[in-house]
Design a protein around this ligand. Structure first.
Ligand SMILES: Nc1ncnc2c1ncn2[C@@H]1O[C@H](COP(=O)(O)OP(=O)(O)OP(=O)(O)O)[C@@H](O)[C@H]1O
Ligand SMILES: [Mg+2]
Length: 492
């Protein structure tokens, strides 16, 4: 097979961190090459070097045998390298069509209406359910991801790089994306694919390259490795138990909500959570599972007949954060983090009381607090002064968990808490969730990942079109039973 791209001995450092340390990478024509590694391993940095965002400190890059040295992303695009970045660089105020064409030379040959027409045709061909003249700000996270994919595909590139394209889209859309990838392969286009979901890697990749802590570990054909091998290469050790479970449920009720209504999203949902329990909420995208949390928290307009937390009753309209309800949001960029601030300020912000005396903040205590959080969650940073936006995706998620849980809430709604998190960190998050439950914090675990719901939860409420389809008890929780309810089949 023909080598289309080759990187040799690439080094890239940032202040205080060696992101890539002598990394080699090669890509064949027409192959799907998965890039694997824990959070912070250097995956995004590597693809940013290939796509002209960063220049390497040293090392060589060959495209089609020719040595290249991109000085901008536009140059890489011109040479046929299209990239879907992990942090989608879309313009919220512009339409889908404009986003697809932004930064392109050929956009000038099109009138606006022609552009919309071309993009509508593309979206139709891809079977993506979005309209070209819709403003991007009106789209949800998953639709935005589809826009980015469409944009990359429209460039007619010979190499397409996808940095965690499936992290935010639905299973159905992932299937569609994989059909598209297979089609690109048939056209001899090469794909670099990043995902923390190993089952996807086994489904779609021909070869994998593993990075660990910025070091090149191995490149190998997917047929020659097992899941365990890959995990070991990524984390450098065996993981005994992927889904640790050691929470102990008590019969003491901690939380109860009756007849929750969330305008436009949720109708008539009732459930309770006991001390020590991990309570799951499952459902397809758009089922209202996420909106249950946003409604109770007060982020969406909601109403209820009764809400009891720790023996006290609350009426709708109260600031529930003050009363011990916490939320780890799905969209960490929009609701969870202040990207331009450093790690200290992000974690300290909601927890100032703890480190202030007579209204004055002690920065020493702040730093101590943050250092202990960084240790607790194994957050990989070069210094606590590092801006959150330069952390790798998974480490950003850990910062959100830390800042929310530090407040010691009475009950926490975790929305897709392991999204974008590597295998090792996932196990850490599951451990944290178990410990939280045992410390008496109510845990409501909302996730689209059925394996983790099935393995971790004591009971699971399944949503379908804004309504509860029922609550599965421990012995009844399987992927099949959840899926049946989630698609509207009544199994009880
Ligand atoms: N602009 C930057 N400034 C400083 N440090 C950076 C910058 N970009 C990346 N880093 C650091 O380089 C390392 C590699 O980050 P990178 O984003 O490549 O990881 P990743 O493998 O993509 O992780 P994830 O799976 O979490 O997305 C991390 O330690 C990260 O904090
Ligand atoms: Mg990344």
């Amino acid at each position: 097979m023909k080598k289309i791209l080759e990187l040799k001995n690439v080094i890239k450092t940032f202040p205080g961190v060696v992101a890539l340390n002598n990394v080699n990478f090669d890509l064949y024509q027409g192959e799907v090459h998965a890039l694997l590694g824990e959070n912070g391993a250097g995956k995004s940095t590597l693809i940013k070097i290939i796509s002209g965002v960063y220049k390497p400190d040293s090392g060589d890059i060959f495209l089609d045998g020719e040595k290249i040295n991109f000085s901008s992303p536009t140059e890489a695009i011109k040479k046929g390298i299209a990239t879907i970045h992990q942090e989608l660089n879309l313009f919220e105020e512009l339409s889908v069509a404009e986003n697809v064409f932004v930064g392109r030379v050929d956009k000038f040959v099109f009138s606006r209406s022609k552009m919309v027409k071309v993009v509508d045709e593309l979206l139709k061909k891809l079977k993506f359910p979005i309209r070209a003249n819709e403003k991007v700000k009106n789209l949800n996270t998953s639709e935005k991801q589809l826009v980015s994919i469409a944009k990359a595909l429209s460039l007619n590139a010979k190499i397409i790089i996808m940095d965690e394209p499936t992290a935010t889209i639905t299973d159905h859309e992932t299937k569609r994306l994989f059909e598209i990838i297979k089609d690109l392969k048939r056209k001899n286009i090469s794909i670099i694919f990043i995902s923390h979901r190993l089952e996807e890697v086994f489904e779609i990749a021909d070869r994998v390259t593993v990075l660990r802590d910025g070091n090149y570990i191995n490149s190998i054909s997917i047929k020659e490795v097992s899941r365990e091998d890959l995990i070991k290469m990524m984390v450098g050790r065996n993981i005994e138990e992927m889904y640790p479970k050691f929470n102990v449920i008590t019969d003491k009720e901690l939380f109860r909500i009756e007849k929750l209504q969330v305008k436009d999203y949720v109708e008539n949902v009732t459930f309770n959570v006991n001390k020590g329990e991990i309570f799951g909420i499952a459902g397809l995208v758009g089922s209202g599972k996420l909106e249950i949390a946003l409604g109770i928290y007060g982020y969406l307009r909601s109403n209820w007949d009764k809400l009891v937390l720790d023996g006290r009753t609350y009426l709708p309209g109260k600031d529930m954060l003050k009363h011990g309800i916490a939320l780890v949001p799905e969209d960490r960029k929009k609701m969870g983090l202040v990207l331009d601030m450093d790690v200290v300020k992000n974690i300290v912000l909601p927890n100032v009381d703890e480190i202030s005396k007579f209204g004055k903040i002690s920065w020493k205590r702040a730093r101590d607090m943050v250092a202990s959080e960084v240790k607790k969650y194994s957050i990989k940073i070069s210094s606590i002064k590092q801006k959150v936006k330069t952390l790798s995706g998974g480490n950003q998620q850990k910062v959100v968990l830390s800042k929310v849980l530090r407040k010691k809430p009475k009950i926490v709604f975790l929305v897709e808490p392991t999204r974008g998190i590597d295998v090792g960190a996932k196990v850490e998050v599951y451990n944290i969730i178990n410990k939280l439950a045992n410390d008496g914090v109510g845990v409501v675990f909302i996730s689209s990942e059925l394996p983790e719901i099935v393995s971790l939860c004591d009971r699971v409420l399944v949503m379908h079109r804004g309504r509860s389809m029922g609550i599965l008890e421990k012995g009844e929780i399987t992927q099949e039973s959840i899926l049946k309810l989630a698609t509207g089949v009544d199994i009880k």
